[in-house]
Design a protein around this ligand. Structure first.
Ligand code: FMN
Length: 408
């Protein structure tokens, strides 16, 4: 089965695209990504000629669930510190060696710098780039210079930049949006109105990852201090799914490129189902390398086959009609908690959660004559259970199902 998909009029061999990131820092890295099978790549964001970029260290911090199982990742990295001239040369080489892959130039300039936006666009498309992505979403460092997130937080600035770029572009232009905004559909509408072929979302979420409580130093600590950074990885996926589906529901059919926590074939499929046609991956590649693609390709292919589809585009947006106003949810639907006593590990966590934060519907039965390890059996009083599902979420053994119980 082929995984090719059209996005903004361009044919991608598969929807998986390296996001603008440390993994696309150089042309050599992008080519290694293409050799590993990635359908497209977005260059690390290229700034205007003369912009001085100096990164600080350390510039990453992470939240782990247990030992080194990272689910949230913060960075305070700036855009590319390499010159436009170097990028022009490398883009030519990449397109020469990989004409069938999609090379997207990520560009950034200030919100009032028409000439810079137009120069970057013209020169990078002349170097062979297939698309332009305007980075209006970086939440750290660059906004202090009038660039990045401040540009898509103001739909008027988004409109201006999109118009300047599309006025000179001969290739499709997409606009990358910040999630640090109340309604992401406003800049998306502005971008579409001024000629953008699509939008990509989300860039990183502005955060303060944590504080070292012994030294009082916020993380990541650069000689004792930090700046607010951008959050990515699985922790931001729910925000990205919400924002992609928001845009897809407001602007049906408008091409969307998703990023934000894509870490495997399942999360990739989630984004296709809420309306994305293109999938960008950053943090998962930083953690696992370009090879993280292989199981994603296989998983997507198997999934499509299992469900009787032949192309990824057949599943784009299929979940959207199931997202409705809260008032349209059925209040008479009353599933109940059903505990699988055989798999239950007798930890009492469901009992405690239900007693202290729900409806006191779970009771622990004491089997006096059973061995010690089997003595505490949780049972659900169905008349008191509201089916809220809290017990299922705290159960470490996945032994609780929330199901409709048919009255006999
Ligand atoms: C270290 C780091 C550097 C990044 N640099 C850029 C950049 O230069 N330009 C850009 O548009 N996005 C940049 N991003 C954002 C990613 O492209 C992506 O949109 C975001 O991280 C969410 O996807 P993920 O959860 O797969 O990482 C960067 C992200 C990280 C973690």
């Amino acid at each position: 089965m082929g995984l090719a998909i059209e996005f903004c009029g361009i044919n991608f061999p598969n929807p998986f695209t390296l996001a603008s990131s440390p993994a696309t820092t150089t042309g050599e890295m992008i080519m290694r990504g293409f050799a590993a099978g990635w359908g497209g790549a977005v260059t690390k964001t290229i700034g205007p000629p003369g912009e001085h970029i100096a990164n600080v260290s350390p510039r990453f911090a992470a939240l782990h669930a247990g030992k080194k199982r990272m689910y949230g990742f913060e960075n305070i990295e700036l855009i590319s510190d390499r010159t436009l001239e170097i990028w022009l040369e490398e883009c030519r080489i990449i397109k020469d060696r990989y004409p069938d892959r999609v090379l997207i130039a990520s560009i950034m300039a200030a919100g009032d710098a028409q000439a810079d936006w137009q120069e970057l666009t013209s020169r990078l498309q002349d170097a062979g780039c297939d698309m332009i992505e305007c980075n209006l979403g970086c939440p750290h460092g660059m906004p202090e210079r009038g660039m990045g997130a401040v540009c898509s937080q103001n739909p008027e600035i988004t409109a201006n930049i999109t118009k300047w770029v599309t006025d000179v572009a001969k290739v499709p232009v997409i606009v990358k949006l910040s999630p640090n905004i109340t309604d992401i559909t406003l800049p998306a509408l502005s971008a579409r109105a001024r000629g953008a072929a699509g939008v990509s979302a989300i860039n990183t979420v502005n955060v303060l990852l944590g504080i070292d409580i012994e030294t009082f130093s916020p993380l990541p600590t650069v000689a004792g201090k930090t700046a607010y950074g951008g959050y990515s990885g699985p922790a931001v996926r729910p925000i990205a799914l919400k924002m992609i589906s928001d845009i897809a529901r407001k602007m049906p059919g408008f091409p969307l490129s998703a990023s934000g926590g894509i870490a495997g074939w399942q999360s990739a499929i989630e984004f296709l189902l809420v309306g994305a046609r293109n999938l960008q991956v950053c943090t998962a590649v930083m953690l696992h390398g370009f090879g993280v693609l292989k199981p994603m390709l296989r998983g997507l292919e198997n999934y499509l086959e299992r469900h009787g589809f032949t192309r990824p585009e057949q599943i784009v947006g299929l979940a959207l009609t199931k997202i409705v106003e809260h008032s349209r949810l059925d209040p008479s639907y009353r599933p109940k908690a059903l505990i699988d006593a055989i798999n239950c590990v007798r930890c009492d966590m469901c009992y405690v959660a239900c007693a202290d934060a729900a409806y006191q519907a779970i009771e622990i039965l004491h089997e006096r004559f059973a061995p010690v390890s089997e003595r505490r059996v949780p049972i659900v009083h169905l008349d008191r259970c509201t089916g809220c599902s809290l017990c299922a979420h705290v159960c470490p053994a996945d032994s609780i199902a929330i199901k409709e119980v048919k009255e006999s």
